[in-house]
Design a protein around this ligand. Structure first.
Ligand code: HEM
Length: 435
C-alpha cells in the first residue's frame, strides 16, 4: 500500500526514513495512515487463531497505532500491557458510555443501542454495579462452592468413555448454563435458553455460521429474552427480596425503574458475562493443558499450584479479545496524540502476550510468581465483577478432573468463533479413554 502525503513523500519513502514504517511527524498530529499493518479487528484472525504475529509486530513497531480505515471506521489499537492499563485507569478520558459508542469496536446499530452498566460511566455505572455485586461476594461464593462441586462431579461422571463427544457442549456450556440459572434463579430445565441468548447477543452477523443473520433477528430474539425475564421480574418485585440477580435488580434503587432497552441490555450483559467467558476458559484450558502435559503433571504433584493453573488458563485463553473506549477529550498515550471522540481499542489478547509485562508470555506455565497479573478480567472501575466466581468454577472443574485422573485426548480440531470480541470455541471433539 502506497499513499501520497502533503510533504511529497510516499509512505514507502517515509518508511525508509524512520526504518519502522511510521510517519512519526504526521502521527504526532494524530491522524495519519501507517503502512502495511494488518487490521487486527478482522474476525477471521480469531477464527483461524492467527492473531499472534500481527500483534507481536504492533507491540514492537507501533504499540498505539492508528488504523485510519476499517469496516468499523477509524480506530486506535492499544496493544501493550502498560498502555492498556493507562486507558483502563483513566475512565474520565476514556469513556465506556453507550451514547459515545460503548465498549465494542463495532458500534451498536442506531436506535437499537442496549445500554447497560458496562456501557456507562460513573455515577450510574457505580450504582448499578453495586446492586448486583453481592451475588459474587466472597461469602456467597463460599455458599455456592458445594453446589458447584456436586454439579461438576455429576457432569464429569456422566461423560461417555471411549467415544467422541463435544467437550464445549457437554462440559463447558453445561456447567456455565447451570451456574447462570442459579444466579438468576431461572428454571434449570430451561437453562440452555440462557446460553442461546448469550450466543445471540454476541453473534457476528457476518459469520457464515452466525446464529442470527441480521440485527433485526438479534433484537427479535433478545425481546423474547426480555419477555421471559420481565415475567420473572414482575413475580420477584411483588415479593420480598431474594438472593438472585433478578430479585436484586427488581428491588435495587438504581435498577428497579430501568427503561426497556436498558433492561434488555443489563440481562444480556450478565448472561454473556457469566456464560461465554467462563465456558471458553473451560474449553481453552483443556486445549492448553493437553498441549502442555508437563505443566499438568506439576499440578498433580503439587496441588498448591492449582490456583496458578486457573489464572494461567484464563490468561492463556483471554476470553474477551478487546474492550473499546471513546475519548471525552484530547489525550496522549505512549507519545501519540489522540483526539476527542476517537475510538480506542484495548487488545487484551495482545497485552496478555506482552513480554515487557509477562515473562515468557507465549508459554503456558503454572506457578508464575504473579499468576493473577493478567488482563483477561480488565482493570479499574469496570474490572470483571464475576472474576472470583469464574476462578472458583474453574478451580473446582480442575480439582474434579484431576481427582478422576481422566485421560482425555483431542479427537479433532476445535471450531473457533468468528468474532473480534469473544475468543470462543464452539466445539472441541474429545475422547476419554476408558480406565
Ligand atoms: C473467565 C471468565 C471471565 C472473564 C475472562 C471476564 C472478562 C471480563 C472483562 C474483560 C470485563 C470488562 C473489564 C473492563 O472493561 O476493564 C468484564 C466485565 C464484567 N463481567 Fe466478566 N469475565 C468473566 C466472568 C464473569 C462472570 C462469571 C460474570 C457474572 C457473574 C461476569 C460478569 C461481568 C460483568 C457484570 C461485567 C461488567 C463490570 C462493570 O462494568 O463494572 N464475568 N468481564
Amino acid at each position: 500500500m502506497v499513499c501520497a502525503r502533503p510533504n511529497g513523500l510516499s509512505t514507502r519513502q517515509i518508511r525508509r526514513q524512520d526504518g519502522k514504517g511510521l510517519d512519526l511527524a504526521a502521527a504526532r498530529t494524530g491522524h495519519w495512515r501507517m503502512v502495511d499493518f494488518p487490521d487486527v479487528a478482522d474476525p477471521a484472525l480469531y477464527r483461524t487463531d492467527g492473531w499472534r504475529a500481527p500483534f507481536e509486530r504492533l507491540r514492537r513497531e507501533d504499540p498505539v497505532h492508528f488504523h485510519p480505515e476499517s469496516p468499523y471506521g477509524p480506530y486506535w489499537s492499544v496493544s501493550r500491557y502498560a498502555d492498556i492499563m493507562a486507558v483502563e485507569l483513566d475512565p474520565a478520558t476514556y469513556s465506556s458510555a453507550s451514547e459515545l459508542g460503548g465498549i465494542q469496536i463495532a458500534d451498536q446499530p442506531r436506535g437499537q443501542e442496549l445500554p447497560n452498566f458496562i456501557r456507562m460511566d460513573p455515577p450510574r455505572h457505580t450504582a448499578q454495579r453495586k446492586t448486583v455485586a453481592p451475588i459474587v461476594a466472597p461469602s456467597n461464593l463460599a455458599n455456592m462452592e458445594g453446589l458447584i462441586r456436586e454439579r461438576t462431579a455429576s457432569v464429569l461422571d456422566g461423560l461417555p468413555r471411549g467415544e467422541t463427544f463435544d467437550w464445549a457442549d457437554r462440559v463447558s456450556t453445561e456447567l456455565t448454563a447451570m451456574m447462570l440459572a442459579t444466579l438468576f434463579d431461572f428454571p434449570q430445565a430451561e437453562r440452555r435458553k440462557l446460553t442461546w441468548w448469550s450466543d445471540v447477543a454476541i453473534a457476528n452477523i457476518a459469520a457464515e455460521d452466525a446464529v442470527v443473520k441480521s440485527d433485526a433477528a438479534r433484537m427479535a430474539e433478545l425481546r423474547q429474552m426480555a419477555e421471559t425475564m420481565a415475567a420473572l421480574w414482575k413475580e420477584r418485585a411483588g415479593r420480598p427480596p431474594t438472593f438472585d440477580l433478578i430479585s436484586m435488580m427488581a428491588h435495587g434503587e438504581a435498577t428497579r425503574a430501568m427503561p426497556l432497552n436498558e433492561f434488555i441490555g443489563n440481562f444480556a450483559l450478565l448472561i454473556v458475562g457469566g456464560n461465554d467467558t467462563t465456558r471458553n476458559s473451560m474449553t481453552g484450558g483443556l486445549i492448553a493443558a493437553l498441549a502442555n502435559p508437563g505443566e499438568i503433571a506439576r499440578v498433580r504433584a503439587d496441588p498448591d499450584l492449582l490456583p496458578s493453573l486457573v489464572s494461567e488458563v484464563i490468561r492463556w485463553q483471554t476470553p474477551v479479545i478487546h474492550m473499546r473506549r471513546t475519548t471525552t477529550r484530547d489525550a496522549e498515550l505512549a507519545g501519540r496524540k489522540i483526539r476527542k471522540g476517537d475510538k480506542v481499542v484495548m487488545w487484551y489478547v495482545s497485552g496478555n502476550r506482552d513480554e515487557a509485562a509477562i515473562e515468557d508470555a507465549e508459554a503456558f506455565r503454572v506457578g508464575r510468581p504473579r499468576a493473577r497479573h493478567h488482563l483477561s478480567f480488565g482493570a479499574g472501575i469496570h474490572r470483571c465483577v464475576g472474576d472470583r466466581l469464574a476462578e472458583l468454577q474453574l478451580r473446582i472443574l480442575w480439582e474434579e478432573m484431576l481427582a478422576r485422573d481422566l485421560e482425555v485426548e483431542i479427537a479433532g480440531p476445535p471450531v473457533r468463533l468468528y468474532s473480534n470480541f469473544i475468543r470462543g470455541i464452539r466445539s472441541l471433539p474429545v475422547r476419554i479413554n476408558p480406565s
